[in-house]
Write a protein that binds this ligand. Sequence first.
Ligand code: FE
Ligand code: FE
Ligand code: ZN
Length: 197
Amino acid sequence: MPQLKELLVEQLQDLLHAEGQLTGALPKMAQAAHHPKLKEAFEKHLVQTEGHVERLRQVFEMLGEAAEPKPCKAMMGLIEEGKETIGEGGDKEPIAADLALIAAAQRVEHYEIASYGCLHEWAGLLGYEKAASLLKEILDQEKGADETLTEVARSGDNEEALDVMPTEGINKSRNGQKASPGRSANKSSHAAVGKNR
Ligand code: FE
Ligand code: FE
Ligand code: ZN
C-alpha cells in the first residue's frame, strides 16, 4: 500500500510542522493566562508538546523517512487566532480573557486529536505497530490536555468569578435559573465594569 504510506508520511510532516509551531506559541499562551491553573496547564502541555516533536521524529525513523516538516496551514491559522485572542485579552476582564484563551487552545487540541486519531489508525493498518503506539501516546496526551482545559474553565475559582460578573445571562445559563436580583438585575453594573478596568 505505497500510497497509504505516502499519505501517512505527508500527514506526519504536517503534524511535525504544527507541533513545532506550538512549542513557540504555548509559552505566549502561558504568559497571557491569568489563572495560575491555566498557566500551569499551558506550561505542562508545552513540555508534552516538545515530547510530541520527539515522538514524531521517532515515527519518521521507524518508517525510514526523513523528518521534514510541511507547512500546516490550519495550525498557522489557529495560532494566528490565538495571537489575536492574546492581544484582545488586554481589554477583557481576566476571566473572560482566560476563557477566550481556553477556547483558542481547545481548537488546537481538537485539530491535533483529529489528526493523531487518523494517523494512529493508518499506522496500525499498515502494520507499523510501534509507530501506531507512539501516535496513540501523543493522542492520549492531546485528549488529556483538552480535558484539563475544560476542567480549568469549570473550576471553582472561575465559578466564583462568574458569580460576581454582572452578566445575567451567564449566571442564568450556568445555574439553569435566574441569578439573584441583588447582583444581576443591576443593569448599571455593565457600564461600571467597563469603567473600572
Ligand atoms: Fe501535540
Ligand atoms: Fe495541518
Ligand atoms: Zn496539543
